[in-house]
Design a protein around this ligand. Sequence first.
Ligand SMILES: Nc1ncnc2c1ncn2[C@@H]1O[C@H](COP(=O)(O)OP(=O)(O)OP(=O)(O)O)[C@@H](O)[C@H]1O
Ligand SMILES: C[C@@](O)(CCO)CC(=O)[O-]
Ligand SMILES: [Mg+2]
Length: 396
Amino acid sequence: MWERNLVLSAPGKVILHGEHAVVHGKVALAVALDLRTFLRLRPCAEGRVCVRLPGVGVVRSWDTPRLQALRRGFAGRRWEPDPAAQQLDTLREFAGIAAGASAPESLATLAFLYMCLAISAKYGDVLSVDILVWSELPTGAGLGSSAAYAVCLAAALLTACGAISCPLKEGESTARWTEEELTLINSWAFQGERVIHGNPSGVDNAVGTWGGALRYQSGKITPLKRVPTLRILLTNTKVPRSTKVLVAGVKEKILKFPAIMNPVLDSIDAISQECQSVLEAMPANPSPEYYPVLEELFDINQHHLNVIGVGHPSLDRLCRVTASHGLHSKLTGAGGGGCGITLLRPDTSPLAVEAAKRDLCACGFECWETNIGAPGVTLHSFSSLNAEVLHALSES
Ligand SMILES: Nc1ncnc2c1ncn2[C@@H]1O[C@H](COP(=O)(O)OP(=O)(O)OP(=O)(O)O)[C@@H](O)[C@H]1O
Ligand SMILES: C[C@@](O)(CCO)CC(=O)[O-]
Ligand SMILES: [Mg+2]
């Protein structure tokens, strides 16, 4: 029986280049954001599993013996490492989720149940735990909220069932797991992403797990050798969209027009590689001369993403508004709405940034300057949390 309280967090991400193409084996460059999802796990005395997900309006609890029975019903069939359609159908029926339901609360509940049962089937009994997830990330806006959620769930459930250690020592404020443990967290988080996304590439959960700045291709994760300090303005168009739907749409287009779409994916791959070379050649505090290439790569990729069908009028507007201030933008994540990123030069004046922000806000968008390269999944002591997180996690 698990007897400790745990608090852990995982970062969201920004994809600089390679979204969608990465699902088809091309290179993506992604960096961790300084916005995180937090999970608090507490032992639950009465033989129940409780889950509260205020970001998507879920408050659910189940008797542990019912979950054990459900898990036993799959005896002889493997619970890992692949959420099979039949298993998900059974879980939907159990949780009263309609077939094909894609509302945030349905997907979040399904991912939780899948990970809880699959992990317990592999490593021990279903534990009586109370889980609360709270996030600084907007849900479904291209910043990897689904992956941050899945990474937090994987880390918490694997720790509570003893599959990985609890590295936080008395008196420490934060701690991280070993490389081997992170690899296990990442592989289970990928399964959670599969429940939510259908066919994820794995780039988002890799950034959520390892943090920093990564090159990702077909499951191969390579930390970038050197990442300069980049100033990035993030803008949320607040247009809702689903990564699962957008990824499926791109696949359809590739199947319909392979000779037209595959060269576009190859070009996106070349953009990621070119961007990597520029970033790795830049000094830590780069001078403005490196920026024209980075800006042009943003512009070209934004056109490509429109060609593969993941643009949106709100994103076109975002690009036009920033261009009117001499700034270059592209969508980030799955597109179809959600967030865009704008590259700020070291010499972009605060006045110019404020003017661009004012015009973006006038469109009904929300924008903020970010720091990138945040640490991956992390355990926290309560005393190390800021007041807002502490307040959110103190709700019982
Ligand atoms: N804080 C959260 N609590 C519970 N579930 C969440 C939370 N954040 C995200 N989710 C789950 O993730 C889904 C959103 O995932 P989706 O992949 O569509 O968007 P995203 O991950 O924010 O963007 P992208 O994949 O483009 O980076 C929600 O519908 C919900 O099921
Ligand atoms: C659109 C996509 O490339 C990135 C979503 O953040 C999907 C994926 O890689 O799984
Ligand atoms: Mg996602």
